[in-house]
Design a binder for this molecule. Structure first.
Ligand code: HEC
Ligand code: HEC
Length: 377
């Protein structure tokens, strides 16, 4: 018995020394109890993220509310907005609705590289999800619109989207008695104006939000909800992989614009991004940092739908993303794009990439089911 105690004390001592000398650099801690212990406590006590000096960032946090899109529909305005959102009669051909491209079954996207609209005309950008769109200040990949009310005119009028003359919409809808009743219920009079249509659409869009994910439960104190691999991914996301420099806060976005090297400058698929809005050389190739909530459901990814495979994104970030070099004839080109300095070569191991992907799974919730409505006659 005595011998056993001596051995036990020795083992404990050696283990103690080992853990004392094991001085982990951020991101390289083994998946073990210590990493779990570091994160099984309030966020304020988590290891600090690796953030560059000068970067404005917000700590991660749980969703403020668990959305319930079906309950929201009890609000008559939101319900009217839903009908309009699903109604192809808003388009020139009467064939395409907002939901053709923002399909609730596909996390409010269309699953395509770039969108396909009226007469199967192809757009140039990947369809944004509408999840959490109420939180977005600058709408579209380049931030060219700042209010949902103004924004909806865009897809309605755009030739490769719904290809409709917006001023004709009120007249078309006034010919549908079911709509006249609904507008009266919501706005107090039978008049259908474009402003009212856009107001109702926007109210519906604001109700489209993420459900809580396992990460939300974890951060709210249910520390068994993430497995070791996901916790390692969380730690890497905050430290070695540097994701949190841009993807931070409740929605994993800084709501800023960055060039991560996908401009295709001077090439066939060139997209100058934010520059198109501001005409500032420094904005060439910048796009809004997308939220990563529910990201595993919004493929393909990036403004151009370049990636269908999340491993490809991890490999690209790990390699430091494309860093375009000037050709001799571009030596003095003031618009030549520069990849953001926050992007650095990461040299992630295959195991680390897997953990990061596991973390992205953990911030993807189980979506609300949204039935297609019966449209007013
Ligand atoms: C033909 C496909 C298509 C249709 C139809 C369509 N959209 Fe979109 N939507 C897109 C694409 C593509 C983008 C991204 C465009 C960009 O960033 O330049 C987008 C972006 C948006 C955004 C910005 C989201 C964000 O996070 O920045 C909103 C809001 C939106 N659409 C609402 C609507 C509404 C409302 C309708 C119906 C009136 C509609 N869309 C119809 C393809 C479509
Ligand atoms: C310099 C800021 C920055 C950093 C650092 C960064 N991202 Fe991004 N991320 C962006 C921007 C901007 C985009 C959109 C770029 C585009 O479409 O051209 C993006 C897009 C993405 C997308 C695609 C999302 C979608 O809806 O299309 C994923 C996934 C992603 N990032 C994950 C990560 C991960 C994981 C890390 C860390 C390894 C990381 N990001 C680091 C800014 C950043």
């Amino acid at each position: 018995m005595k011998k056993f105690i001596v051995v036990a004390v020795l083992v404990a001592l050696v283990a103690g020394i080992a853990s004392f000398t094991h001085n982990p650099t951020p991101g390289t801690i083994d998946v073990n109890d210590s990493l779990r212990a570091l994160y099984s406590r309030p966020v304020a006590e988590w290891p600090k993220p690796t953030i560059e000096a000068g970067v404005q960032w917000k700590e991660m946090s749980a969703l403020p509310v668990d959305s319930n899109i079906v309950a929201n529909l009890k609000d008559p305005k939101i319900n009217l907005g839903k009908l309009l959102f699903f109604d192809p009669r808003l388009s020139g051909s009467n064939q395409i609705s907002c939901s053709s491209c923002h399909d609730p079954d596909l996390a409010w996207t269309d699953g395509r590289t770039v969108s396909l609209g009226s007469d199967r005309r192809q757009g140039t950008r990947n369809t944004s999800t509408l999840l959490n769109v109420a939180q977005v200040k600058d709408l579209f990949w380049d931030g060219r619109s700042t209010s949902l009310e103004d924004q909806a005119i865009n897809p309605i009028a755009t030739i490769h989207e719904m290809n409709q003359e917006p001023p004709t919409i009120p007249e078309e809808l006034e010919a549908i008695p079911g709509y006249v009743d609904l507008f009266e219920k919501v706005y107090g009079s039978k008049r259908i104006s474009l402003d009212r249509v856009l107001d109702a659409l926007a109210a519906f869009e604001r109700s489209i939000a993420s459900r809580s994910s396992r990460f939300d439960e974890f951060i709210n104190g249910k520390y068994t909800k993430l497995n070791d691999e996901e916790i390692q991914g969380l730690h890497l996301f905050r430290t070695k992989a540097r994701c949190m420099n841009c993807h931070n806060g409740t929605y994993f976005t800084d709501n800023q614009f960055h060039n991560i090297g996908l401009t295709y400058y001077g090439r066939k698929y060139e997209d100058l991004g934010r520059y198109k809005v501001t005409k500032e050389a420094a904005d060439v190739g910048k796009f809004r940092t997308p939220s990563l909530r529910d990201v595993m459901k919004t493929r393909p990814w990036m403004h151009n739908g370049l990636f269908y495979n999340i491993e490809g994104i991890m490999n690209m970030y790990s390699a430091g993303m494309p860093q375009p070099k000037r050709k001799p004839e571009q030596a003095n080109d003031p618009l030549f794009p520069a990849t953001d300095l926050l992007i650095k070569k990461l040299d992630l191991t295959p195991e680390e990439k897997k953990s990061l992907i596991a973390f992205l799974d953990a911030i993807t919730g189980v979506p609300d089911k949204m039935d297609r409505p019966e449209l007013p006659k």
